[in-house]
Design a binder for this molecule. Sequence first.
Ligand SMILES: [Zn+2]
Ligand SMILES: [Zn+2]
Length: 661
Amino acid sequence: MNEIETLRHSTAHILATAILRLWPEAQFAAGPPVENGFYYDVELSHRITPEDFAAIEAEMKKEIKANHRFERVEISRDDAIAMAQRGELAALGNRAEASKFKLDIVQHIPDGEVITLYRNGEFTDLCAGPHVSHTGRIGAFKLTHVASAYYKGDEKNPQLQRIYGTAFKNKTEMAAYFDMLEEARKRDHRKLGREMELFCFDDDVGPGLPLWMPNGTVLIEELEKLAKESEFAAGYSRVRTPHLARKSMYLCSGHLPYYAESMFPPMELKMDEETMREIIDIEDELRQTDERIQRMEFQHSQAERQFGDKSDEMLQEEKDLEDWKAGREKTLKRIEDKRSQYSYYLKAMNCPHHHKIFGAVPRSYRELPLRLAEYGTCYRFEQSGELLGLMRVRSMQMNDAHIYCTPEQFEQEFMAVNDMYLKYFKIFGLEKYLMRFSTHDPARLGEKFVNEPEMWLKTEDMVRNVLIKSGINYVEVPNEAAFYGPKIDVQVWSAIGREFTIATNQVDFAVPKRFGLAYRDRDNTDKTPLCIHRAPLGTHERFVGFLIEHYAGNFPLWLAPEQVRIMTIGDEEPLVEFAKKIWAQLRDNEIRAELDLGNDKINGKIQKAEQSKVHTMLVIGNRDLESGAVSVRVHGQGNLGAKPYQEVVDGIIASVAERRA
Ligand SMILES: [Zn+2]
Ligand SMILES: [Zn+2]
């Protein structure tokens, strides 16, 4: 538990203390800290509702004011069980009923683990801690909502009331948090996405499969343009790959069977008769092999019983048996290979397709680094309960690229990837970001992490060097690397201080080998390249979702779906002509400009444009016409006054070209 989690979990004990003062019979289960707060699960015949919060919070305040010490006590298992039986755990003293959940929890603590109690005032709880020193340390807290939950998450167990709250070091921090939540609600990407007609979902298309409407498509195409420009400048080559592949490829990549649950189920094609016959033949072969193996095993065990000691002949028999068994495995694989040619999966990742492109022609060290980029569409079968607007979807387009390089080239390549991130952060005005660098745990090699101890150390060192050299803000997280190599998760904070994980970089030193990827080195030997997976702009879905909140839908000029709207005060011919002339000039320069030439009142036109979050409004009246000027209005900034029209047009073109904030 970190500092704030400790504070919040301590508040959970105070919540339990308060509930017991009001309802002494309450039975408590678990009360851990969670993201942004804490909860405590309680069984109580009274249904706690938000109307009870004031009374509970008043009791909590008393406990905080009393400033009791959180006292840690080590206790034997027997004593803990006895206390639970007397109803004294998660209680203010002994009670008629046993503390049944705590009793169950004590009984499940593994042997040899130290059992501890924590006391504050009269309240005693079974808890591993840690806690703050005194109850008075809780500067500010608030109960937020009640939900229901089964004990230990199992629906066969009793249903409990889960009381949620949050706590902070002081009132200012808590106020800032609730302000942020309120602002986040206003900026909710699902709400703005609907209002601004950026994207939609449809039941007939399916959950988690966003449809990008014209305005949202503008955002996506601008992001792709940005990616293509920066990747071109950084020496990437673009590729395009299909949305599906045969099962055999995902067996090779290792996605199957381990990742099968997050993939859409396979499409099974009808097998042609010839293959079916082939499979029947191979299955016959397999049956004969099985009979042969059984016979050999039987004879061998008979001989063993008869002679005891192993003769040379018997050793030879054992070896033959091993060979037959190996042959059987190969036959099984031949059947599987045949079948898997008729099974197709939607791709969950672009990597295997790119690996195949790398492997399609013989590669020389002279071609490295080879950087293959694609805004590739992937499909993941997320549980329907976990789908959330654009943040968790089933189809996603990824700003993907794979960099194949030699170990000597790695640092420079990785540095260049980081530079690209920094460039993007600047464009989007992201001031706060963090790279979470996940490394392996040597104790879990061969189990959680691929068993290549030297490669782990080497690549982790290289990544660390780059992070230090580039002065990027990072933390190192042990034991959370991917199976095939160290990874970096990129976290950014939106303008209102909410945290998003937008992208992941990964170093991969194992999969290229599985795919048999190689390059001919200077010394004329074949070597396996390293592969860097990188996606600085993440997926379109998540990144646009983030940008909607970050900008509250008020996109900078270069991103705004409608960049400019030209409005006339009146509909006289010369006015309309002037407006059309400016409009044509903007359109010629690929500026998304629209016209509003009707006879409506200008205030109404402006209001309509403001509501649609049009970035720049150009208003033309008769007086402007004489002087060749336009009145400029920018969404969110109001009226900026009249300016010569050519100056305004040039300014708009420059702002878009430079992707100004
Ligand atoms: Zn505790
Ligand atoms: Zn990849």
